[in-house]
Design a protein around this ligand. Sequence first.
Ligand code: HEC
Ligand code: HEC
Length: 348
Amino acid sequence: MTAGLSTRRLRFVLLLAPVVALAQLPPPPPLQPLSPPPVPPGNPLTPAKVNLGKALFWDEQLSSSRTVACGTCHRAETGGSDPRSVSGLAGATAPGPDGTLGTADDITGSPGVVLTDAGGAYDEAAVFGLGVQVTTRHAPSFINAAYAPNLFWDGRARTTFLDPVSGDTVLFAGGALENQCTAPPVSSVEMAHEGRAWTDAAARIAAVQPLALAAFIPAPLQGWIGTRRYPQLFAEAFGSSDVTPARIALAIAAYERTQFSNQARIDSMIAGTATLTPRQQAGQGLFVGSGCAGCHAGSLFRMPAIVSDTSPSSNGRRPASISKRTTPKAQMSARRSTAFPRACSGDI
Ligand code: HEC
Ligand code: HEC
């Protein structure tokens, strides 16, 4: 009987423990307005460069096939990720680590291009045959990506930006976006024919009418482009008309640095121009009270820092200690946590 009671008491104590822990959580510091993301001194933001980057980001002509833009997989209207990436959809499914489609470890990714040789002839891809290939990871958002010190799920796009042709250092630090940008235009899954060099991509851009295939160009961007072609746009943005791979990356990254989410209702609340609805207030109370805010901290609601297993076999998964969520401290330093969707800063 005594044993029974103490077990019951123990259960009671265990049940109560989290509640007590919650009650003792110190209130988080008041939210601050979201500051714009950092800009590396070597790639200052100018209106011309941002406009140029915007045109390049949305221009399908950056791909060999002229069918895929950065914005094909990263869509602002769906939070900056890919709405085509639907779990279980054949055209959005790639094999997992076992290399075989149709097995339990399959991955939901983004459709890219059909495997093509340099002459434009279709090649048969091992997994996808003559079909459109699918990325082996899910596309994260480009909105708010500028806050992360390293990018990609495994953090391999690091801070120092090297010229993709010469290998020279262009930005010593703060260039993860530029670095990231050097991958898709030469990836034979995402945007390129096999063996495409970055100089091919730059030569294509130098030769085409900006956004010639776009169904819709916002009036301010169209007004800025006018009747000019890319070399003239590069001349305005960079001082000379050379269309180089590094400049393409610098311009796209400059545009991405303007894409941050500082116009959600929570921002108006912080600015004192709106109040949260009672439901939103209740949600905020729960968010803080149940400990979410401990990790999803600050004005971005995300955790800082990057740690991840970058070995090729890991496919960007976090170390087991982090995935299992057993060690909050390790999680605090997890590579990139994710911001909650917030309304974006205006002009996408
Ligand atoms: C075919 C689809 C596709 C295209 C096209 C594409 N991306 Fe991505 N993007 C992805 C996927 C998938 C990832 C994640 C890859 C990884 O982690 O290895 C990604 C990652 C990123 C990230 C990193 C975000 C983060 O939080 O780590 C940025 C930024 C980005 N892409 C921007 C671009 C830009 C700029 C272009 C054009 C030059 C582009 N993407 C073209 C699918 C695509
Ligand atoms: C111990 C740290 C920790 C706590 C506490 C925590 N999270 Fe998270 N959360 C994470 C990490 C790490 C990720 C990213 C996981 C990943 O990318 O694999 C994440 C991801 C998320 C995401 C996905 C965001 C996206 O863009 O995909 C949501 C939503 C989320 N958390 C909500 C919550 C809520 C609600 C709570 C409280 C009930 C909470 N989290 C508590 C660490 C935490």
